[in-house]
Design a binder for this molecule. Structure first.
Ligand SMILES: Cc1ncc(COP(=O)(O)O)c(C=O)c1O
Length: 505
């Protein structure tokens, strides 16, 4: 074993630091010290250690501790015995002594991973103005926990061992009923797939539908998290502007006529809140059909329509089965459930389910079972009805406060649905500061709001503030807006204005 490279002198552990206050047992500390030394090259193979008695004396521990460490390292293959019975380092091929990256970062990052991390944004979750954050203070947790317990107490063997990738049949059926009564979307349970929320659905759909480099139309401004999933799938994002009738289809055609997928929020465009007009919807469907493009309809928040009648979903206008409809329980219940659903034609679902079964198998089963019962017993609809009243009052209070406190600075964009609104900067306000500057000023005062401009992929064409109101108490709206007006008012006398943010990706 001695190839001349290894010292014949037996090595002592006298310099090793033993931490007697640590919860880590001594034998594990010794084993770690030796393992680290071997992997870093400090103890090359063939290195022989002093006898266990001497080491125990050096370290001030019992010999049993040293022998236990040796046993562990023998079992792991780090140590071997010399013909004369001494302990030596086995023929382990140690990696390079220097770590590949000193900061401990992974050595290789794919382009997609880098691109994903580059799509950064200012989050204010779950502060009072966080867009889309629901109020859970009146959520029927008692019923929910009873149903969770019940699901665990009497599970059917089948449910514990095997669940289809499309989701629990009872939940799929409850979702189909729910969509018919709340959304006017007629579908059968076998057109429904239970997902891990909209983000999970987008992740899977983009992996199934797209090849790296495929073009995808995304709304501009748009939902940043949708861009994350698409970017992770290697898509090339094509920002398509939104006007007061929604996504400008003609502009999408001009920018990327060969797109493979279009992602839209037609009922309540995120973040601007506009509803896509019928003519636009038909134009979009027609173009998608003629060019074999998939359409994802993210129908988030349509359960909270505060005024005007409900608009038919894109999916219900779709005769060719190319719309994949997404819904989520993140707003009507809570985001940490990670439960949502998609509705699509059976043909798509069959392929999707087979693909999914090979990746993450299915969404966690136990929550699905509890949710199916929660819906069947009527708790979800009751909670939804109560929250509609709460959110409508909060929305009104916020709009009144903006209009009273900052009439010359902000104008409320369309806000008929959902849990957030956009307050666009007036020309006068835009001349004084950018939305990012306003957000920075407010942050210093402890108020967290999101800048509209960060929802643009290319150069922002509008400036404004995105206000969530799901967690805003009615009585707090006016005082908070008064504070915002005061902060912005006093800062704009001193802050020099800069041109709008000019990021481009
Ligand atoms: C536009 C949009 N779609 C969907 C969602 C819900 O996403 P998830 O179901 O992944 O929580 C949100 C949440 O903020 C959203 O803003």
């Amino acid at each position: 074993m001695d190839n001349g490279r290894h010292p014949s002198k037996r090595v002592s552990l006298a310099g090793m630091h033993i931490d007697r206050t640590s919860a880590v047992p001594l034998h594990l500390q010794i084993a770690k010290h030796i393992r680290d030394g071997i992997l870093s090259g400090a103890f090359p193979s063939g290195t022989q250690f002093l006898g266990s008695r001497e080491i125990a004396r050096e370290l001030g521990c019992s010999r049993t501790v040293v022998l236990t460490a040796w046993d562990l390292l023998y079992a792991e293959g780090y140590l071997a015995s010399t013909p004369r019975g001494s302990v030596m380092v086995a023929a382990v091929t140690a990696p390079h002594a220097e770590p590949a990256s000193p900061a401990g970062k992974p050595a290789h990052m794919s382009e997609r991973w880098r691109a994903l991390l580059g799509l950064d944004y200012e989050t204010n979750w779950p502060s009072v103005f966080a867009p889309g954050a629901p109020d859970i203070s009146t959520f029927p947790f008692k019923d929910w926990s009873r149903l969770l317990r019940q699901a665990w107490q009497n599970p059917r063997e089948q449910e514990c061992l095997d669940l289809p990738p499309e989701g629990h049949p009872r939940l799929r059926s409850e979702i189909a009923n729910f969509l018919g009564s709340v959304r006017g979307l007629v579908c059968s349970p076998d057109e429904v797939v239970v997902t891990s929320g909209t983000s999970g659905a987008l992740d899977f759909c983009s992996r199934m539908i797209l090849d790296p480099g495929d073009e995808v139309w995304v709304e501009e401004p748009g939902f940043i998290e949708a861009r994350w999933a698409l970017t992770a799938a290697g898509a090339r994002l094509v920002p398509v502007p939104v006007d007061d009738k929604g996504l400008v289809v003609s502009e999408g055609i001009r920018r990327a006529p060969r797109a493979r997928l279009i992602v839209v929020t037609p009922s309540h465009q995120y973040p601007l809140g506009v509803s896509m007009g019928l003519e636009r919807r038909l134009e979009l469907l027609d173009y998608a059909n003629k060019n074999d493009i998939w359409l994802i309809e993210d129908d988030y928040n349509s359960e909270f329509r505060h005024q005007d009648s409900m608009i038919a979903s894109l999916r219900s206008l779709d005769r060719d089965g190319r719309v994949i409809y997404f819904g989520t329980f993140s707003k009507i219940m809570m985001p940490n459930l990670r439960l949502g659903y998609l509705v699509a034609n059976r043909h798509f679902i069959e392929g999707f389910a087979k693909g999914r079964a090979r990746i993450d198998v299915h969404t966690s089963g136990i929550g699905q079972l509890a949710l199916a019962e929660f819906m069947r017993e009527g708790h979800l609809l009751r909670h939804l009805r109560a929250m509609r009243r709460v959110y409508a009052a909060r929305r009104k209070a916020l709009i009144d406060a903006i209009q009273t406190q900052m009439p010359g600075d902000l104008t409320v964009s369309s806000a008929v649905t959902g849990l957030h609104l956009v307050a666009l900067f007036t020309e006068a306000m835009q001349a004084r500061m950018t939305d990012r500057e306003a957000v920075a000023i407010l942050k210093q005062a402890g108020i967290q709001v999101q800048p509209l401009s960060q929802n643009f992929l290319a150069r922002p064409t509008r400036q404004g503030l995105v206000f969530g109101y799901g967690r805003l108490r009615v009585e707090d709206a006016a005082p908070l807006l008064a504070r915002i007006a005061a902060c912005i008012g006093s800062a704009s006398h001193s802050a020099p204005s800069e041109p709008p943010d000019a990021r481009s990706y």
